[in-house]
Ligand binder design. Structure first.
Ligand code: ATP
Length: 222
């Protein structure tokens, strides 16, 4: 059976989740207090309803218990976000993802039963900071406090050399998991793969190892 989703709060964040899920042909129930927001999503989501998610009876009537994954994207009203999360947890929703407004909000959400807490502004801030620090870091995804995945531009020092020749795993302790070359993506490249000018490497590893790799092998483009 097709998985069903509900998005509560149709601001920029919730709205964009709702649009993407709907674009993929998934069943999405869009909920917001605001009539204009709901009207905006009438044509996009499978169902769009005006409702206050802090009202348990309303959520029950909407059949929220049949939804597999609920995304709570209420930003400013932290109290409403917390109360909604508690109600969803009590109703036995299998998967609850909640947008946190700040670190305190995140901490409480994790304690009251949110399965996944996201902090988009903070996470995007980190990604942009890494991109700003080095011209060659195109993207950065934090895996844990000390591990990440980065997208780096292969500089002059690498082009024309194979992965085995560069010896990245042994020398720097990180792994090249994919290479983007023009429109192609080479997943799990062979050790004999030759790096070409313009390649983008997707590298996974400990932050300290990635940093060493970047300083030694990735040449800054000014
Ligand atoms: P974003 O940064 O994602 O645009 P925002 O700051 O615009 O977020 P908020 O206004 O805090 O987001 O909330 C997002 C949406 O959640 C709003 O459209 C608001 O009407 C809706 N919302 C707030 N409280 C509730 C509630 N109790 N039930 C349903 N929707 C709610």
């Amino acid at each position: 059976m097709k998985k069903e989703y509900a998005v509560i709060g149709l601001g920029r964040f919730g709205g964009s989740i709702c649009k993407e899920l709907s674009k993929e042909g998934l069943e999405v129930l869009a909920i917001d207090l605001d009539e204009d927001k709901v009207n905006e999503y009438k044509e996009i989501a499978s169902h769009a309803v005006i409702a206050d998610s802090t009202d348990e009876t309303v959520l029950r009537e909407l059949g929220i218990r049949n939804i597999d994954h609920v995304i709570v994207a209420i930003g400013d009203n932290i109290q409403a976000s917390l109360l909604t999360t508690v109600i969803l947890e009590e109703l036995g929703i299998k998967k609850i993802t909640v947008k946190a407004q700040n670190d305190y909000h995140e901490k409480i959400l994790s304690k009251i039963g949110a399965d996944h807490v996201i902090h988009p502004e903070r996470d995007m801030g980190k990604r942009i900071a890494h991109n700003i620090m080095s011209n060659n870091i195109l993207d950065y995804i934090e895996l844990s406090d000390d591990h990440s995945v980065v997208e780096v531009k292969a500089g002059n020092k690498m082009s024309g050399r194979s992965l085995v020749d560069l010896d990245i795993r042994a020398q720097y302790g990180c792994n090249v998991v994919a290479i983007k070359r023009d429109k192609d993506v080479i997943v799990s490249p062979m050790a004999t793969e030759m790096i070409q000018e313009g390649d983008i490497l997707i590298v996974i590893g400990a932050d300290k190892d990635i940093s060493r790799f970047e300083k030694n092998l990735v040449v800054e483009d000014d």
